[in-house]
Design a protein around this ligand. Structure first.
Ligand code: NAD
Length: 464
């Protein structure tokens, strides 16, 4: 993963007006914590290896997900933390980048055991000042969810009695525990907003040979976890895209006429796998999904999936990287050479951290978004409707009236903020691509992030 990051970083650095030593400093991960702690599991003392990397403190707190995966190690979290620094800069979220992980396979442990491991990890982070509302704020990533974030918040809170801002020490919490509506699906929704915006840029769309919008586009999704399942559901329900294939760790499903993603998710929930879903062909090879005929391929599982071995067989003209680093550096070069357009991970999956930022702000303000303004908004709309009725002598259409009088709630505000962020960032990336003549969106996105981090370093200076 580090080689992919370095290749992309080096390509982008050519377009950035900064000295090589500053660029080297920005590339480097500044703080890394490798810990090994014991937890009693089924009567035996088991040692766990765990990590937290804080890439850059030019903005504080640092922010990034926590993954539970058997293969996770320090170079991986350090690289992902570097990606987070640039990602936050791209979407104008005022955080430095971080990432954490515990080397374990969640399915090997009971819920109670996972709780003990998560709480011990949190305690270790507290002991070394690697967590806190103004220090470093974890969030869900592969293998973790709201449940783990609630344990982290509770552990932090128990060890910081009377800390008014304690809830802001972690994001992605359940809504009743200080979470925010819309965070669960934010990364998948952000990918969809990125694609919607892509289809408004005719020059780019032309390169793919596609036209129109997301409607009726044939989409393949790899990985039906948090990111992939919400993306697929929203693409089908809100944009009428057709999901023609999905891939999971054990197999691929293919249905050229389309799958009902709700039924696939229910099947997965019931049987524990997508295998043998009725009405679709099950292909044994998990990575077969990457090679299916489709308009848009959305890798949303793990890293290094599109490689030098299979890149030439990717048939989608458009790839939206929902996962982090799903394309190796060699595969990226092959796809670029073949003219495949890639909406890069560093931008495409930034919806998660964007809404995490909203949650952090909500926790610090101690109030749900929209609470103060909702009634005022409804009353203003009501006065307007009454005025229009008085002036025209007509009764206002009832469906429109209901729509205008329901008021704006937290979820609508969150989605609106997310949409604005994704649109804004896409336009910034495209304008850099046009201005600098970068060969792809990925390089332009890196330049976009790097320019802002460089500016912060230059304005802040280096001290002590
Ligand atoms: P998750 O653990 O919820 O889901 C991952 C899914 O991928 C699971 O369904 C798993 O079975 C499947 N999978 C695992 N190995 C696979 C393989 N070899 N082939 C096909 N499928 C496989 O994780 P997630 O939170 O959805 O994260 C997915 C990706 O998105 C990761 O790269 C993560 O870093 C990135 N991401 C997540 C978020 C977030 O908010 N959760 C934000 C930004 C980026």
């Amino acid at each position: 993963m580090l080689d992919v990051f370095n290749a992309n970083y080096d390509r982008a650095a050519q377009y950035v007006n900064a000295s090589p030593d500053l660029l080297d400093n920005i590339r480097t991960c500044h703080s890394m914590y490798f810990m090994q702690f014991p937890v009693r599991i089924r009567g035996e003392v088991r040692l766990f290896q765990a990590f937290r990397a804080e890439h850059s403190q030019h903005r504080q707190p640092t922010k990034g997900g926590l993954r539970f995966a058997p293969h996770v190690d320090l170079p991986e979290v350090a690289t992902l933390a570097a990606l987070m620094t640039l990602k936050c800069a791209i979407v104008n979220v005022p955080f430095g980048g971080a990432k954490g992980g515990i080397a374990l396979a969640p399915r090997d442990y009971t819920e109670e055991e996972l709780e003990r491991i998560t709480r011990r990890y949190t305690t270790e982070l507290i002991r070394k000042n690697f967590i806190g509302p103004g220090v470093d704020v974890p969030a869900p990533d592969m293998g973790t969810s709201e449940r783990e974030m609630a344990w982290i918040a509770n552990t932090y809170n128990m060890l910081h009695p009377n800390g008014l801002d304690n809830l802001a020490c972690v994001t992605g919490k359940p809504v009743p525990q200080g979470g925010i509506r819309g965070r669960r699906e934010a990364t998948g929704r952000g990918v969809l907003y990125a694609l919607r915006e892509f289809f408004l840029h005719q020059d780019l769309v032309k390169c793919t040979g596609l036209s129109g919008s997301m409607v009726d586009k044939r989409v393949v999704v790899q990985g039906l976890g948090n990111v992939g399942s919400h993306f697929a559901r929203l693409a089908q329900d809100e944009d009428h895209a057709v999901i023609v294939g999905v891939g999971e760790a054990d197999c691929t499903l293919h249905a050229p006429d389309g799958l009902d993603i709700h039924q696939v998710l229910a099947w997965k929930e019931k049987t524990g796998s997508i295998r043998d879903f009725p009405g679709a062909t099950t292909l044994e090879e998990p990575r077969a999904c990457l090679e299916l005929a489709c308009d848009i391929l959305v890798p949303a599982a793990i890293e290094n999936q599109i490689t030098a071995n299979n890149a030439s067989r990717v048939r989608a003209p458009l790839v939206a990287e929902a996962a982090n680093s799903p394309t190796t550096a060699e595969a990226d070069a092959i796809l670029r050479q073949r003219g495949t357009v890639i909406i890069p991970d560093i931008y495409a999956n930034a919806g998660g951290v964007t809404v995490s930022y909203f949650e952090w702000v909500k926790n610090l303000s101690h109030m749900r978004f929209g609470r103060m303004a909702k009634r005022v908004g409804i009353q203003t709309q009501r006065r307007m409707i009454t005025g229009i009725e008085a002036l025209t002598g007509e009764v206002f259409p009832s469906a429109l009236r209901d729509d205008m009088l329901h008021g704006i709630d937290e979820l609508e505000l969150v989605n609106s903020g997310l949409e604005e962020t994704m649109i804004d960032a896409f336009q910034e990336i495209v304008s850099i691509m046009n201005r600098e003549g970068t060969e792809d969106l990925r390089t332009a996105a890196f330049v976009c992030g790097l320019n802002k981090v460089v500016m912060a370093y230059e304005q802040l200076g280096i001290w002590p």
